[in-house]
Design a protein around this ligand. Structure first.
Ligand code: ATP
Length: 866
């Protein structure tokens, strides 16, 4: 709508401007289609990615490449034009390879941004429907409740205890109360418009209805969207670390190259060719592809995780998953199936049986979808009760006519109860339902209550979730229905219902997997300790049990000392989750924490990996999380951790391969120059080796399958750098091996001629690196589980090997790369040395053994819940 000041006009005027009347009960689909054409879909324009030419520019603009360009130009001018052209061609190919990697990284990142579609509750054609938010148009009548993301700008005409977190828009972190009967000044700032809900903000509590007044780019959010577009995906800690590392490395390499240049001059080499050699070496050895390969590895990993039903929203989650040490999981729906069924009930007074089921039906937020097929939509606990009441002759829909609901106190996980108010001709009825101890506390205490408590405990010991029901009746309704009012009354107990929620079948195995992988599992539940304990025992979750009340009494330090032996937290309030996360973090744990409600958001943000539920979770929880479980299943977290470990391993392998190779190149040239030999490689050859080894083999390293036993070793300590754990030693050894082989081949070739020697050194340098890639692809030594078979890597290596053979044997390439054809014997030497290096590298004692499963000290499972 062109009109902007919906916050300052009377409701009747709002309807007028939107060309609607309340009696229409929502837009018709035809009208909605017309409006959609006129106003466009309710979405913000997407930010464009970097363009291809920008990326290409980035590739070519690095300082070393510029110097190389210039040097090639001068050298072409002074000596040999073909040489310069070849150098430029190799740089171009290199740039294209880099570009492809960059592009893939960007594409993978963009794919991650396509988060789950959000939906909204809309009244259209006089029925409530769930529609994708893109289809909303001005004039739509919609309902929102706690946990929803506000889908458009909405003028409220009905608000019940409604508050919205508008921090995304205004920066104000305290939720703003919303009221429907409030008029603000036309010029009032966004934060003061109490009768408007703004797109992009979150409902933190209550419920409300209103009319969509603006959609997509016309919303307040849309108008400031330019401001938000600047926000880039933040780098993950790993990326930052590697960035810092490669910046330092770059300086070291530049120094080395400068030194080489000087030494070469001292040994009487021609300055221009020495400059070319030094700069080519710098170009080859500086690992400029590192950042994009990391992004690709993480993003490709994220994609694989989606196929395992774990949607990654923040790339940092992928790497954090690899070192997770504790998973704090909700019980209901994550460890259990959330398929509640009432299996037992206990009624206090037989004459109140009718009232018991009436309460059960009316104090309920579920509605029929299809009564004939007994389909009802809603929260599982509520649905179980709804259907149970129906099976006992109390149908909420039928009762609703004679027992209209006039007011309610919605379910609050902190209070653990809800109340509804119903009008009868001569009295007002209040129905209460909630956790047994809370409800009993509000009821008159008599022998019956004591018997009831015994019954409830028995049900809980059997793993049942127990809810209690109570009622009261007054001649005049209470002025307010708030916590204080509920607590000031004497309620009368009606009875209990106990429902089963069976554990998910695959969870038991997943918990066992966690134990062998050194990951602790802690169950956090709002349910009763007895219920929680019964389920924990069934799932074999080890550790002690603590209730929310006990937790409340502990200081942060005390909690820290106890936290490691806990297996279950029961009757916890959502806000206690954040203390649990912090206590774990204070003990150096890497914490994954699940959550679904509005109140879980702070803990989800605080955890290293906030995990939201895709099915039952609120938008708020999802927004705060790094990962979403599309199937709400605990086992999916474990699958994602497994994937995280694989990715971490592969990144380490990639780093060893690339850095050892680069080191090998540097050592080969430096050693030769220092001992007074001619440069063993020409600039074009250095660049060629780099082209062969950096492209395909490096990339296929990130696609390697997982190591056997990834889930039988302890997690990598969170504070440990990826470059630690002997990685540097490994790189050093690899580099020395490669250089030794190349120099030996070069030295052997000097018998014939400098050109043959160079060809042999050049060939050994690249073939040796290919074997090295193969050796690194499995961390197991030969004969101790080393696997020869990784199809992608082998294909990549075969292609590279073929390219190298062509570089040596195809006459036109010989001319371009200054190589000579090699005899069988010479080939044999190059190959033999490479195989020898492979064998040395794969000798027991040389491999990444610290990465191997800890067979002597496997992680110890702790005893199950007592
Ligand atoms: P978990 O924490 O295991 O995932 P949950 O999130 O369902 O379980 P809460 O929703 O916090 O737990 O519920 C805590 C307690 O509040 C329940 O054990 C029950 O006693 C009570 N309760 C749950 N749902 C309702 C409801 N709809 N009406 C009244 N009381 C409820």
């Amino acid at each position: 709508m062109e009109f902007q000041d919906f916050h300052s006009i009377e409701p009747s005027e709002v309807w007028n401007r939107l060309h609607l009347t309340p009696q229409q009960r929502g837009l018709s689909s035809e009208d909605a289609t017309l409006r959609l054409k006129r106003f466009g879909p309710n979405q913000l324009p997407e930010k464009e990615g970097r363009r291809v030419w920008q990326m290409l520019g980035d590739q070519l603009s690095s300082l070393m490449i510029l110097i190389l360009f210039v040097a090639a130009g001068i050298s072409g001018f002074l000596h040999d034009l073909t040489d310069s052209v070849v150098i430029l061609a190799i740089i171009a190919v290199n740039a294209v390879v880099g570009l492809i990697q960059d592009y893939q990284a960007q594409k993978a990142l963009a794919a991650l941004k396509k988060i789950l579609p959000t939906r909204a509750q809309v009244l259209r054609d006089r029925v409530w429907q769930i529609l994708p938010v893109e289809q909303l148009v001005p004039g739509d009548w919609i309902e929102v409740e706690a946990g929803d993301a506000v889908p458009a700008d909405i003028r409220l005409f009905n608000a019940h205890l409604l508050a919205a977190d508008e921090s995304a828009l205004t920066g104000e972190s305290v939720p703003v109360e919303k009221q429907s009967d409030f008029l603000s000044e036309a010029k009032s700032p966004v934060g003061d418009r109490k009768n408007i809900l703004h797109k992009g903000t979150m409902i933190s509590r209550g419920r409300g209805q209103g009319l969509v007044v603006h959609t997509g780019p016309h919303t307040e959010l849309g108008r400031i969207a330019q401001l938000l577009e600047g926000a880039e995906q933040v780098q993950t800690p790993l990326q930052q670390r590697l960035d810092r590392f490669s910046r330092k490395l770059t300086w070291v390499l530049l120094l080395i190259c400068l030194l080489l240049f000087a030494v070469g001059l001292l040994h009487g080499q021609d300055w221009l060719s020495m400059l070319m050699t030094a700069v080519s070496l710098a170009v080859a050895a500086i690992p400029e592809a590192l950042p994009s390969v990391i992004v690709i590895a993480l993003a490709v990993g994220a994609k694989r995780m989606v196929s395992r039903r774990a949607l990654i929203q923040k790339l940092s989650a992928v790497e954090a998953l690899g070192s997770t040490t504790v998973i704090c999981s909700d019980k209901t729906g994550t460890l259990t199936q959330n398929k509640m069924t009432v299996v037992r009930s206990w009624i206090a007074h037989p004459e109140h049986e009718e009232l018991f089921y009436t309460n059960m039906a009316l104090n309920n937020d579920v509605n029929w979808q299809d009564r004939a097929r007994e389909l009802a939509e809603g929260e599982p606990t509520e649905r179980a009760l709804f259907l149970h009441a129906f099976h006992h002759g109390k149908d909420k829909e039928e009762l609703g006519e004679s027992w209209p609901r006039l007011n309610e106190f919605p379910f609050d996980p902190k209070e653990k109860f809800m109340v509804t108010q119903h009008q009868q001709p001569d009295a007002t009825f209040y129905f209460l339902k909630g956790a047994p101890e809370t409800v009993l506390h509000l009821c008159r205490r008599d022998s019956l209550a004591a018997e009831g408590l015994g019954q409830a405990q028995q049900m809980a010991d059997g793993g049942l979730r127990v809810l209690a029901f109570a009622w009261l009746q007054t001649s005049t309704p209470f002025l307010q229905l708030d916590v204080a009012t509920v607590h000031s009354q004497h309620w009368e107990l009606l009875g209990f219902a106990g429902m089963i929620d069976p554990p998910r079948p695959e969870v038991k195995q997943a918990i066992r997997d966690c134990q062998t992988a050194g990951i602790r599992v802690q169950m956090i539940t709002g349910d009763h300790p007895r219920t929680a304990q019964a389920i924990a025992r069934e799932l074999k979750i080890p550790g002690d049990i603590m209730s929310g009340q006990e937790l409340e009494k502990l200081s942060d330090d005390e909690l820290g000392t106890h936290i490691k032996r806990m297996g279950v937290f029961a009757r916890t309030a959502p806000k206690q989750k954040i203390r649990i996360v912090q206590a774990l973090q204070s003990q150096g744990e890497m914490v994954a924490m699940t959550g679904d409600g509005v109140n879980d958001a702070p803990a989800l943000k605080q955890a290293h990996i906030g995990v939201a539920m895709g099915k039952i979770g609120t938008d708020v929880a999802r927004e705060a999380s790094a990962m979403v479980l599309l199937d709400d299943n605990f086992a999916t977290i474990v699958a994602a951790i497994r994937e995280g470990r694989r990715i971490f391993d592969n990144l380490r392998k990639f780093l060893v391969f690339v850095l050892a190779g680069n080191l090998g190149e540097i050592l080969t040239i430096s050693v030769a120059l220092f001992v007074g030999l001619p440069p063993p490689l020409l600039p074009v050859q250095i660049l060629w080796v780099n082209l062969i080894t950096d492209g395909l083999p490096g990339l296929s390293m990130s696609l390697l399958d997982e190591e056997p036993g990834v889930m039988t070793r302890s997690p990598i300590p969170a504070n440990q750098n990826i470059l630690e754990r002997g990685l540097m030693g490994e790189i050093l050894i690899g580099g020395i091996l490669v250089a030794t082989a190349s120099l030996l081949a070069f030295y052997y070739g000097l018998k014939d001629s400098a050109a043959v020697a160079r060809t042999m050194g050049f060939t050994t340098l690249s073939v040796c690196q290919l074997f090295m890639a193969w050796a690194i692809s499995s961390s197991r030594p030969l004969g101790k589980g080393f696997r020869f078979y990784s199809p992608t890597l082998l294909a990549a290596l075969a292609i590279c090997a073929l390219m190298q053979v062509m570089a040596v044997e195809v006459p036109s390439l010989q001319r371009l790369l200054h190589t000579e054809g090699l005899s069988a014997e010479q080939w044999g030497i190059c190959l033999g040395l490479s195989v020898l290096i492979f064998l040395i590298k794969k000798m027991p004692g040389f491999s990444m053994e610290r990465n191997l499963p800890n067979e002597e000290h496997p992680p110890q499972p702790s005893p199950p819940v007592a």
